[in-house]
Structures are given as C-alpha cells and as structure tokens.
Design a protein around this ligand. Structure first.
Ligand code: PMP
Length: 377
C-alpha cells in the first residue's frame, strides 16, 4: 500500500467533511431532505460566484456546462468570438464549431496571456457578434487571464461575455456582477473541493433573454430544464458541494484566494531553487497551477509517472502540444503547503533519477520561506 498525494489542478483532494456529507442514506431529489440542502447551497453559492444571477447545476463534467453555454445562447450560423491561448480555450472553438457557429478565433500561442484590447479590436472588426467565449484560468498553461479587463472591452460592444471559470472559481478573484460577466461556468472538482461530475453555471438576465431566441437544439443541456430541475440532479455531489461551500465561506473567500496565492509562490520558489525554469508566469496571478519546464533531453511523461510510482505523488503532465514538456503542480482547493513540498520533493527525485542536473535539497526551504512571506494586498 502506498499513500497517495493528489496535486493535479483537478480533480483536487476532497476534505473529510465533504466525504462525510456524501455518505448518508440516499435521499430523493424532490423530498424535503434534499430540498433543504439544495436551498442552502443555492443561497450561498452567489457569494462564491459574486453574483445575484441564477446558478444552475448540470450532472456533467465542466465541459457540459461549457456546451450548454453555447447551445443555449446561439443559433446555427451566429458569429461568436473565441479568444484562446491553450487547450481549454480551444475547446470553446471546438464546441462552437460543433454547433455550426461562425467562429472568429483570436488564437494566441499556448502560454500567452489574452490581450483585452485585441479582443475589443476583433469585436469591432467582426461586427454583429452574439457572444465572446474566454477562459479565466487556462489550466493547461498556468496562465490566469485578466477577465476584468476583457469584460471592460466587451461592455458597450456587441455580445455577451461567457467565462470558463472551471479551475478559477473559488481559487482566484472573480467578480461576476461587478465585472459584468453574463455567464460563468465551473465544475465541482477544482477549487470547490468536491468530486467531479457536477457542473455549475451562472446566467445573467440578459443571457436568459437571449436564450429564449437561441435555436440550437438542446434537451438535457437546456438551461430552462436545469433551472426547473427537470432531470434528477447529482444529489450526492450537491450534498458534498454544500459542505465544501460551508468550509470555503467559513475560511472566507478572500482568505481562500490568499491561500492559493501563497501556495503559488511556494511552488514557483521551490521550482526555481532547484534550477528549473517556469513555463507559467512568475507572478501572483498564477495561483491555480504552476507549470514547470522539464529540462532539455528529459521526458516529462516519464517524470510524471516516476513521481507517482516512486513517491505516490500524482501531478499533471502537459496536454496537447505541451505533452512531455512540462509538469504541472496544482495548488487549489483542499491543499496546503505540505502538499506542495511533497510535490517538489517527488519532482526532484524523479528528475534526478532521469539524469537531470538539479540543485538538491533546497526546494523545500525555498517553498516554505515563500509561503510564509507576508502577503501585501
Ligand atoms: N476548462 C478548464 C479551464 C479546465 O481546467 C477544465 C478541466 N481541467 C475544463 C474546462 C474541462 O472540465 P471537465 O474536465 O470537468 O469537463
């Protein structure tokens, strides 16, 4: 038996309180037991989303809520703008194409930051755009985009703003109403500290209005059906989420964000102390996942495998074009600095075993020092 440490950017470790909330007798989704839980979680999720908009659940992974945000807003042939700089941004374009939309794709190299002013310029050039689809935290690269600045560009122009916050909601600041975001999609398995399988989505009044005229076919993903709970919700996951939101709000949303910021500092400091190069930006916005370049000549896939096999530490490798080139350490949700330290130590061991030259034994001290530095807001 080997103890397991999960340091991927999702799924993330689940607190015992959440497992406990999910382990009672099965209840019926229309009965009072579940209605009480549902009422409570729906009353408190707005504080997490920072919104007064409706919040819907889907019994799917995050991608289901992404697809719903295309199907419910658009009709075939509608023009949409997708701004992407990584694996998950490109998913918006793939979904929009699958729904036969006309996709204006502002595509950046993986690892780059979306440029808000260029989003505005592309909207002006394209004209008549139904919606703009962007990714807040691009989990494949570690970049957290400036969604507030993007929202400022979209405001006053055509189109609603739809944000993929699957790995950012609860992890880093996201002010749905104050920034003017129409639709925010997320998933249970990241900073919300709940197992995978529950997708969430907030929908503004303007988005609801547009959805009534949107002709893309939809049934199980229809927002109206989701709102009326026409299908059986993921009862157990909603029970878990209720406990997770309880923990999150008891700590405080801002304190939760600050915790992630400090973990990000720890991960970056540890990696740099070892002599490794960061792929994700070396700044505090990058508080969700730290992407570290694998040294030249070393196979990143084998490094991730060795971390798991030798040390019981599950980290994430690179996706798509970054496969084999980076190792990603996630630091959101029920994670503390000791998880980051374990990840760095396992990475060090795996790299040494693969023949890489790394500075040994100092990553842990650097990580702990960085974690303990005061945070100036
Ligand atoms: N968007 C982002 C930013 C993500 O990190 C993920 C999951 N890693 C997804 C979308 C897709 O979510 P899911 O795997 O739950 O469908």
């Amino acid at each position: 038996m080997q103890k397991r440490y999960l340091v991927t950017p999702g799924p993330t470790p689940v607190p015992p309180e959440v497992w406990r909330a999910m382990s009672g007798p099965m209840v019926h989704h229309r009965g009072p037991d579940f209605q009480e839980v549902l009422g409570r979680v729906l009353a408190r999720l707005p504080a997490v989303f920072q919104t007064e908009n409706d919040i819907l659940f889907f019994a799917s992974s995050g991608t289901g809520a992404m697809e719903a945000a295309v199907a419910n807003l658009c009709s075939p042939g509608d023009r949409v703008l997708v701004a992407s700089a990584g694996y998950f941004g490109e998913r918006w374009a793939a979904i929009a194409s699958a729904y036969r939309l006309e996709v204006e794709h502002l595509r950046y190299r993986w690892g780059e930051l979306l440029q808000p002013d260029e989003v505005g310029e592309r909207l002006d050039a394209a004209g008549d755009t139904r919606a703009v689809y962007v990714t807040h935290s691009e989990t494949s690269t570690g970049v957290v985009n400036d969604v507030q600045a993007i929202a400022e560009q979209v405001a006053g122009r055509d189109g609603l703003l739809v944000v993929d916050a699957v790995s950012s909601l609860g992890a880093v600041p996201l002010e749905t109403d104050a920034w003017g975001i129409d639709v925010v999609v997320s998933g249970s398995q990241k900073a919300l500290m709940t197992p995978p399988g529950l997708a969430l989505c907030s929908v503004s009044a303007r988005a609801w209005e547009l959805s009534t005229a949107a002709l893309s076919p939809r049934y199980a993903l229809d927002w109206g059906r989701a709102k009326s709970l026409a299908q059986t919700p993921a009862v157990t996951l909603v029970q878990g989420l209720d406990a997770a939101v309880d923990l999150l709000l008891a700590r405080g949303l801002r304190a939760h964000h600050e915790h992630h910021l400090r973990l990000g500092r720890a991960a970056r400091a540890g990696a740099k102390a070892m002599g490794l190069e960061l792929f994700s930006p070396d700044d505090d916005r990058s508080a969700v996942v730290t992407a570290i370049r694998v040294p030249e000549g070393i196979d990143g896939v084998a490094v991730v495998r060795a971390m798991r096999d030798r040390s019981g530490v599950t980290a994430a490798g690179g996706q798509g074009e970054l496969k084999g080139r980076i190792v990603r350490i996630g630091h959101i949700g029920y994670v503390d600095v000791w998880d980051v330290v374990a990840a760095l130590a396992a990475l060090e061991l795996a790299l040494v075993a693969a023949g890489a030259e790394v500075e040994r034994g100092i990553a842990t001290a650097a990580a702990l020092d960085a974690f303990n530095e005061a945070v100036h807001a």
